[in-house]
Design a protein around this ligand. Structure first.
Ligand SMILES: [Zn+2]
Ligand SMILES: [Zn+2]
Length: 295
């Protein structure tokens, strides 16, 4: 078993003074050698913490000591990789940038458990499943038959919803990594007149832990240094993407190291090294390449 863990969590809850909490939290994390990333806003908290068993349980205990966070749900994965090498605590306008400032969280859709989603598939229920993440996330992994919008930022969600308007009377299921984006994505859809919307409780993370090798296809993108979680063991469900250069199945992607290009593309480890982390010969010979290899 891997001895390190990553926990991710969020909670929408009113925080009166996020700046003060930020200072206090950062200081505590530094004193205790905690690594990861935490966002605070007046609307709540979201974060991802990496460490060994002791560090993780110490962190959980600390956070739960705050009355407002005592019921926070920590979603846990184990890893042999380094997910974070620093600690960041930041105050933001929103815990996930959505731009949906008029969307009310009380309109958020009911949650569908992983079991219920599994049953939707097994019963061949007539439903539309929509990925609320970005194109580079769904490119390497998605639920079977999911609609995968070609957006590069969650702020583009209203555009996606407009394109889905023909499905207003259908059963809709939205999903994202851990559930945080869907809280608002599903609320926005209901506000736009979608009648039967669900969001997956705990997101993909919760589903793949309970039902790997079923209806999730490929790997899962994560916003830390691990980049991707391989979720399945069945060969035919391991990869849905392939290397830009050699076509080998992989879930890995990098940003082109020519900073003027910065294109995200799927690339296997061998080609990544051979092509010096660049998408083309032109980029490889550019003057404006990153100084350090990353990814
Ligand atoms: Zn390759
Ligand atoms: Zn390039």
């Amino acid at each position: 078993m891997y001895k390190n863990k990553v926990i991710s969590f969020y909670k929408y809850v009113a925080i009166e003074n996020p700046e003060a909490l930020m200072k206090e939290h950062l200081e505590w994390c530094r004193e205790n050698g905690i690594l990861g990333k935490v966002y605070l806003a007046k609307e709540g908290i979201s974060g991802s913490i990496f460490g060994d068993e002791d560090a993780i349980s110490k962190y959980k205990e600390h956070l739960k000591n705050y009355k407002i966070f005592e019921d926070v749900w920590f979603k846990e994965t184990t890893t042999d990789q380094i997910a974070y090498s620093k600690m960041h605590v930041r105050v933001k306008e929103e815990i996930v940038n959505s731009g949906l400032s008029d969307t009310k969280l009380e309109h958020t859709a009911p949650k569908l458990t992983p079991e219920q989603l599994l049953k939707f598939y097994e019963d061949k229920k007539d439903f539309v499943i929509v990925d609320a993440r970005n194109w580079y996330e769904s490119k390497i992994g998605k639920f079977k038959n999911a609609i995968t919008p070609q957006i590069t930022h969650f702020r583009e969600w209203p555009k996606v919803v407009e394109l889905l308007s023909e499905h207003k009377d259908k059963t809709i299921v939205t999903y994202c990594t851990g559930g945080i984006r869907c809280e608002k994505a599903s609320a926005y859809m209901r506000e736009q007149g979608f009648k039967d919307v669900y969001q997956i409780d705990g997101g993909i993370l919760n589903y793949i832990q309970q039902f790997p090798d079923t209806f999730w296809e490929g790997g899962m993108f994560v916003f830390d240094d691990r980049k991707v979680l391989d979720s399945n063991t069945k060969e035919e469900l391991k990869y849905i993407a392939s290397c830009y250069f050699c076509n080998k199945p992989t879930s890995y992607h990098i940003n082109c190291h020519n900073q003027d290009c910065d294109k995200i593309f799927v690339c296997c480890h061998e080609c990544k090294i051979e092509k010096e982390y660049c998408c083309s010969e032109e980029c490889r010979t550019s003057e404006n390449k990153r100084k350090k290899y990353d990814g």
